[in-house]
Design a protein around this ligand. Sequence first.
Ligand SMILES: CC(C)(COP(=O)(O)OP(=O)(O)OC[C@H]1O[C@@H](n2cnc3c(N)ncnc32)[C@H](O)[C@@H]1OP(=O)(O)O)[C@@H](O)C(=O)NCCC(=O)NCCS
Length: 160
Amino acid sequence: MIVRRMQKGEAEACEQVMRSLPKLFGIEEAIVEYAQACETMETYVGVESGRVVGFVTLNQRSPVAAEIHCMALRPEFHGKGLGRALVDHVEGLLASRPIEFLQVKTLGPARPNAEYERTRGFYEHMGFRPLEENDLWGKDNPCLMMVKHLTCPRPSRAGQ
Ligand SMILES: CC(C)(COP(=O)(O)OP(=O)(O)OC[C@H]1O[C@@H](n2cnc3c(N)ncnc32)[C@H](O)[C@@H]1OP(=O)(O)O)[C@@H](O)C(=O)NCCC(=O)NCCS
């Protein structure tokens, strides 16, 4: 799989990736919002044999914090290292920016769900840590905020 910047017109392909995962993307408004975000935010796609099989959308939340706004891979490509390739790609890009924290929000454990348990396991394995679970998405969809501290250049002492 190659990872590259999403090109104009490929948001539809990202939407199709989400639609291939009905157990994870079951809320129509959320799919539409995430697909629109692919156009307006920095998005990278994973391409296999010329076809978009996954994507990751990045959002800068503060001068020092970025967020994985959405990320998904077609189900037949799960568990093959492609999720790691997408995360490694964005972390590689962020390494040349003054970004210290990478955040991701996902469904929290207060609402048991086998699919999202796997998703949380993936993020944990990739170095993200649970920060808090809150009701940002309403009481029925507990939102787990996870964060990863990215290494950043240490400032030199004044005058040196
Ligand atoms: C979550 C998702 C992007 C992960 O991608 P993936 O290609 O399946 O994951 P990878 O195969 O790249 O796994 C990367 C590493 O995480 C580990 N890992 C994956 N799931 C894990 C789990 N549940 N628990 C512990 N480790 C896990 C893998 O063993 C692998 O380890 P390694 O690289 O050290 O050998 C993908 O499964 C997906 O699209 N899921 C559905 C959509 C989704 O949940 N999106 C997030 C919405 S917030």
